[in-house]
Design a protein around this ligand. Structure first.
Ligand SMILES: [Zn+2]
Length: 72
């Protein structure tokens, strides 16, 4: 799965902040996901595991757009 991930940080007062992730899947599909992620304030980086995001994307697209994950 080829995806560019653009992150919009919406932190909440919680030890593990939740972020709204906007994932662009080429050529023309967006996937929105609210997910708890690690955050490094000194690098201003949101850190998450690719495998976790791909599993959530596959679960969503298997119902709505199976072509995008290579099924059908
Ligand atoms: Zn860092």
């Amino acid at each position: 799965m080829c995806a560019k991930i653009f992150l919009t940080a919406i932190t909440q007062p919680h030890p593990v902040p939740k972020f709204s992730l906007v994932i662009h899947i080429e050529p023309q599909q967006l996937f929105l996901l609210n997910k708890q992620c690690k955050y490094c304030p000194s690098c201003d980086l949101i850190i998450t595991k690719k495998q976790e995001i791909e599993a959530l994307m596959a679960a969503a697209f298997i119902q709505t757009n199976p072509k995008i994950i290579g099924i059908i």
